[in-house]
Design a protein around this ligand. Structure first.
Ligand code: NAP
Length: 276
């Protein structure tokens, strides 16, 4: 019998997940499917009934449902609770288990592209305090030796995050950059700045140590202004596409029973859809 998986969202036509999972299904010769399903918010309870009937092995959840599905899952993984969002569902014996694989995607991407990135004693600098920042903080909590400084446009939002997620975290406004920069081993952009040509006009690369790694979780465009400027200053950079690819690995393994690989060919295939 064909094993079925899905991604639900509203709208859903922009999703690259069907191409990622479709590539892996073909590569491994698995009798399976992965389809994009548009589910409006008021259709979620009925969709969960479909899930409990056993029609699907599981699937992904994207905007705007990542928080709403908490109430509908039978069990939610503690890390997904910490992150405040569910992006992966697995159905087992009629029960729906929710988890979040974005933090694994973030770690998998850096481990593959910049091995040893978390070995040093330096501090980390996370720009942004929104939903994606939460997954990055949970990831850093597992790896980074030093402090994690969260710089946000609205200081109160960074402070609220520090109050919610336990860890070596400190909240700052953007103007703290100059004093924190000399101890920074990694800069991570988790805001939407970088899309549509937007950039950080306050970020002075000259203040960062030369070994600092600069990474962005925005992947449209693939080379954001932050990454382009960092590379022009001679810093190592890692783009955000790998995070999207690596977050898909645990779901595929849970539904189809094979751990897939993020290969250069897969990356090239998805990159070709980014329109640049
Ligand atoms: P979000 O919750 O809306 O995050 C908003 C954050 O961005 C807040 O910290 C906000 O600051 C800041 N921000 C927004 N506009 C700003 C501006 N003009 N100037 C300065 N700061 C600004 O969004 P999100 O869900 O965290 O997603 C953020 C980005 O990550 C999106 O582009 C998304 O596509 C990307 N993402 C990528 C992956 C991946 O797999 N690579 C995964 C998840 C998300 P305030 O608090 O001051 O409002």
């Amino acid at each position: 019998m064909t094993t079925k998986a899905f991604i639900i969202g509203h709208p859903i036509n922009h999703s690259r997940s069907p191409l990622i999972h479709g590539t892996w299904l073909a590569e491994h010769g698995i009798d399976g499917s992965y389809e994009a399903i548009d589910v409006a918010p008021d259709g979620l309870p009925a969709f969960f009934e479909r899930l409990r009937s056993g029609e699907f092995a599981g699937g992904n959840v994207t905007i705007p449902h990542k928080e709403a599905v908490f109430a509908l899952c039978d069990t939610v993984d503690p890390l997904a609770r910490k992150i405040g969002a569910v992006n992966t569902l697995v159905v087992r014996s009629g029960k729906v288990l929710g988890s979040n694989t974005d933090y694994l995607g973030f770690l998998g991407n850096l481990d593959a592209a910049a091995p040893g990135w978390s070995d040093g004693p330096d501090d980390a600098m996370v720009i942004g305090a929104g939903g994606a920042a939460r997954a990055v903080l949970v990831a850093l909590q597992r790896r980074n030796g030093g402090k994690v400084h969260i710089l946000n446009r609205t200081l109160a939002n960074a402070q609220a995050l520090v109050g919610e997620i336990e860890g070596p975290f400190e909240a700052h406004a953007f103007d703290a950059f100059a004093s924190l920069a000399p101890r920074t081993g990694i800069v991570i952009n988790t805001t939407s700045i970088g899309m549509h040509g937007t950039r950080f006009d306050w970020l002075d690369f000259a203040l960062l140590p030369e070994h600092t790694l600069v990474t962005d979780i925005v992947y449209v465009p693939l080379v954001t202004p932050l990454l382009a400027e960092a590379a022009a200053h001679g810093f190592r950079t890692v783009d955000g596409l790998g995070m999207l690819l690596h977050q898909a690995v645990p779901g595929f393994e849970a539904w189809f029973g094979v751990r897939p690989e993020v290969t250069p060919a897969l990356r090239a295939r998805i990159e070709a859809t980014l329109g640049h």
